[in-house]
Design a protein around this ligand. Sequence first.
Ligand code: ACM
Length: 493
Amino acid sequence: MRHILLLCLTVLLFACGNDTPPPPAMPPLSDLPLVPLPVEMSNTEGYLHLDHEKEYDHSGADAGAVDYLKSKGIMSLPLATAVEESLTLPEGAYLLEITPEGITISARDAAGIFNGTTTLEQVLAFSPNTERGRFLPAGTITDMPRFAYRGYMLDVARTFFGVDTVKAVIDRIAPYKINHLHLHLSDDQGWRIEIKSWPNLATIGGQFEVDGTPGGYFTQEQYKEIVAYAASRGMTVVPEIDMPGHTNAALSAYAELNLDGQARDPYTGTEVGFSTLDANKEVTYQFVDDVIRELAAITPGPYIHLGGDESAVTPHDDYVKFVREVQQIIINHGKLAMGWDEVAIAGLAEGTVAQLWNHTEYALMAQKLGNKVLISPATRTYLDMQYDSLSRIGLHWAAYIEVDSAYLWDPVKLVDGITNEDILGIEAPLWGETIRSIEDIDYLTFPRLLALAEVGWTQQNKRNYSDFLRRLKAQQVWLKEQGIGTYDTRVLK
Ligand code: ACM
């Protein structure tokens, strides 16, 4: 009897073993086409099988991480996360472990947990998904950012995009570990943020956009909604009020801000360098103080960007006086100032960041003053530049920027004398002269942003262009699957 029982059991086990089909062919974790490339990936035996039919326990996972994954259609995972301040990892770093039993993400801070979550999002996207469920290769990823600040700028002033479009942009860029969204909220063509103490800024200054089409503006409630949405995707909003030039919209809304006391007509062209606030009028500083006060109150992030670029009709001494005073106003409201590289001419307050876009000599001036530099050279990072002469939209005053040009450079090699320690990070601005829709935003942003995201995140000695292209090819397919209208770059042909 005992023998028969044993025999039955053996037959049963054998049958079960044979009934369980093998896992699908699966690349090791370290071969998945992740962008930006993590610092270290090691493979271990086995895989994690995620059954589509099963509900997994994620009660040990950060609610923000679970919500983020749910927003991407990933409903249930055996996921646990842990913030351990004692972990010897830098800010934003994380450890992602996949075993046959489940997934854990550990980090020192919330940013690290979010970064690990976006890596997991990509691991899921690129692991085999079959009728029997998803199969993730087991292994460990240890990862950390090269630069603390990895930014994307959207110009909503020249062309206005509403809350839903801005949220869609946030969703598209978050997987690539972009952690700052710079909103260019005012320019000659439009003022896009409600200021309660100066209501005409939005209602009159926000009426139009480039080409004279109807504009719009964010109410403060809508702006707060964007800020909160960005935060839920690991992103800090940096609002910009461009001054003292690029101010025709404000000058059309309030006559008293003009040098001659006459309100300007709305401007719907694309020239630059013709408008200025009056640096010698008291009302100008009252205006700036009110705007910064209201903006600071709804901006939890540390920075307010004061613009400061292309103030061609502001006399030099006036420019210096104005930029100094505005930095102080920003500090008075508890924030740090950021400005385009020209602001270095005025001298910089402690903590002011100079954003290098066109003048290396000004970036060097900022560095010599002991201030940090944000790297966004127009020739490499401006997403409004065309890929080549056939690009259907975009400008080319700085360069044509194909994926190779966006990838093959090192921020520390850009300016002699500006080292790793001087660099806050990098930013990719998308100016709005030629964009009208989310399709246009996608076309100019993707896939180039992936190259720039890797420049900002991955250590230079880990970056390899041909390996990047291997990964980009798979990412391009994923972008298309998500309905993101990425440009068919020639570098993948
Ligand atoms: C700029 O492109 N004018 C900063």
